[in-house]
Design a protein around this ligand. Structure first.
Ligand SMILES: Nc1ncnc2c1ncn2[C@@H]1O[C@H](COP(=O)(O)OP(=O)(O)OP(=O)(O)O)[C@@H](O)[C@H]1O
Ligand SMILES: [Mg+2]
Length: 496
């Protein structure tokens, strides 16, 4: 409804050119139609509609359609010559707008605005207005459907379904319905309706199983040509050994991120930075966060936002962050964030601006986007990023202790259809002192190959043998690890 008011305001201010970027032209036309109809007879403005295929047609009253003035130059000359007040809607005029003759014709029309009240409404998916015309133009931003409107759209789609399935009503699980209303946020009317239809028409029901499909379709609508990745592969906390304090911290924030009924008074969590030793489960924990919160996981590849054209890099980053805002509630995962922020050969200016853009967004965001950033090279980490207050918490992910190693053995044996009870994981854990989770997993993988080669079933001894062969990173890189731990002390909270 606000859009009607905004549109009315633009006309009342007698702005000669109104620019509307939308893919939903029929809705705007409908809005214009009702607007002109509501006017009194003494300030009535006829409504015209032009396309390159059908030419100029009267829209507010039904006349025999005539194909007139289809040529872009002709239609402007016509509007200028007939000197009749009216609203002239030019659909998809954008390819023709930059022509110097067209620019001048439109300017002529604008200059006569004081005597003859004419509004040129340009509707396209995207319009770059020549700068000569900017002083005469107002851009109208279309508001996206609010919660109320989204419920109406879903209702309308449900009614349509019932109408074509006489005797049946759409079954809706109330929680799934609430999630659907929330998840459809941020899309234009047409897309909202399309996704609602996909969800409902499949089976005449709104269930939780519809939601991932909706989120994926939404992501695809939003991220055309973007650098955001929708990750199907989330993990569960159960897949992660150890990291107990991180898991507890996250589980306390789940309700706030999901805006569960009893959590309205809690501040939405903003995000965490996981710093630590290679192969200890930082990336895995990021995936498990999305799984535990049961929200979509979006990965932002900072390295991919860099563009050789000036200004494009920040634009791409801003668009991706905006898409994430729209996908909320979600987890935004920036893996190895320091790599995307390390000075890129002489381009440190751009890197600084990328960091600035990201930090500003982090500081100002009101959306339910939970950021999980990971890093393992502290020397490349910009100090601004680890300053207090940027992230809710900075966690240090250390090597797993003995009981965690035992858990990790069990997780990875299980995931390869081995019964952990047959492996004495406690003794394997003792033998794997200094091993990371990734190295433990690797030992199991290698042991499986070795056993297969010998045509044997996997046993504890195969795994123990692989452990003996491996020199873990903690030995090879002992000094770096000591430095990392020293750095982490006082700056971070332990994740395990
Ligand atoms: N705590 C853990 N529990 C279960 N599996 C683990 C754990 N830590 C590591 N792994 C296994 O090792 C793999 C690699 O770990 P992951 O990629 O999460 O490490 P990382 O900390 O992100 O390392 P890097 O700094 O090299 O990116 C995981 O996919 C998982 O299979
Ligand atoms: Mg990683």
């Amino acid at each position: 409804m606000n859009q009607r008011r905004d549109l009315g305001l633009v006309f009342r201010s007698r702005t000669p050119i109104v620019v509307i970027e939308t893919e939903d032209e029929s809705r705007i036309l409908e809005m214009l139609q009702t607007m002109v109809m509501e006017r009194t007879s003494n300030d009535y403005l006829p409504l015209f509609r032009w396309t390159v295929t059908d030419g100029l047609q009267r829209q507010d009253i039904a006349l025999e359609p005539q194909k007139m003035n289809a040529d872009p130059g002709d239609v402007l000359r016509h509007i200028r010559a007939v000197a009749k007040p009216g609203v002239y809607v030019l659909l998809d005029f954008h390819p023709f707008i930059a022509d110097p003759v067209h620019v001048r014709l439109i300017k002529d029309i604008c200059l006569q605005q004081a005597e003859i009240r004419r509004h040129i409404v340009l509707i396209s998916h995207k319009i770059d207005l020549p700068s000569e015309l900017e002083p005469y133009a107002a851009r109208l931003e279309l508001a996206l459907p609010d919660e109320e409107e989204r419920m109406q759209i879903i209702q309308r789609v449900a009614d349509e379904w019932s109408a074509s399935n006489p005797g049946s009503r759409v079954q809706a699980d109330s929680k799934a319905y609430r999630m659907l209303v929330q998840n459809l946020a941020g899309l234009p009317h047409r897309d909202t309706e399309k996704l609602a239809r996909n969800a409902i028409w499949q089976d005449g029901a709104i269930t939780r199983s519809d939601l991932p499909e909706v989120m994926k379709a939404k992501y695809e609508l939003l991220n055309r040509g973007g650098v955001l990745n929708f990750e199907y592969d989330t993990a569960r906390f159960a897949d992660v050994g150890g990291l107990g304090s991180l898991k507890t911290w996250l589980s306390h924030r789940r309700a706030a991120l999901r805006r569960d009924n009893d959590a309205g008074h809690l501040d939405p969590p903003r995000g965490i930075l996981l710093i630590g030793i290679q192969g200890c489960g930082k990336s895995l924990a990021a995936k498990a966060t999305a799984g535990a919160f049961d929200v979509p996981l979006l990965r932002l590849d900072l390295g991919a936002v860099y563009d050789k054209y000036h200004g494009e890099t920040e634009r791409k980053l801003r668009e991706s962050l905006h898409s994430a805002d729209v996908m909320a509630p979600c987890v935004l995962w920036l893996d190895e964030i320091e790599k995307g922020l390390a000075g890129r050969g002489g381009e440190t200016g751009t890197t600084q601006r990328v960091l600035g853009t990201f930090l500003t967004w982090m500081a100002e965001k009101k959306s339910l986007v939970f950021v999980v950033a990971t890093a393992n090279d502290i020397s490349a980490l910009p100090p601004e990023l680890v300053r207090k207050g940027r992230f809710d918490e900075i966690f240090f992910v250390d090597l797993p202790d003995e009981s965690t190693r035992s858990e990790i053995f069990a997780i990875h044996l299980q995931s390869r259809s081995q019964d952990p009870a047959k492996f004495d994981t406690a003794s394997l854990a003792a033998a794997a002192d200094g091993f990371s989770g990734a190295e433990i997993e690797q030992a199991i993988v290698s042991a499986l190959y070795a056993a297969h080669a010998k045509k044997q079933a996997l046993t504890r001894d195969h795994v123990a043998e692989e452990l003996r062969r491996t020199r873990p990173l903690s030995v090879v890189m002992a000094e770096q690890l000591a430095a990392l731990r020293l750095w982490a002390d006082g700056r971070t909270v332990r994740a395990n």
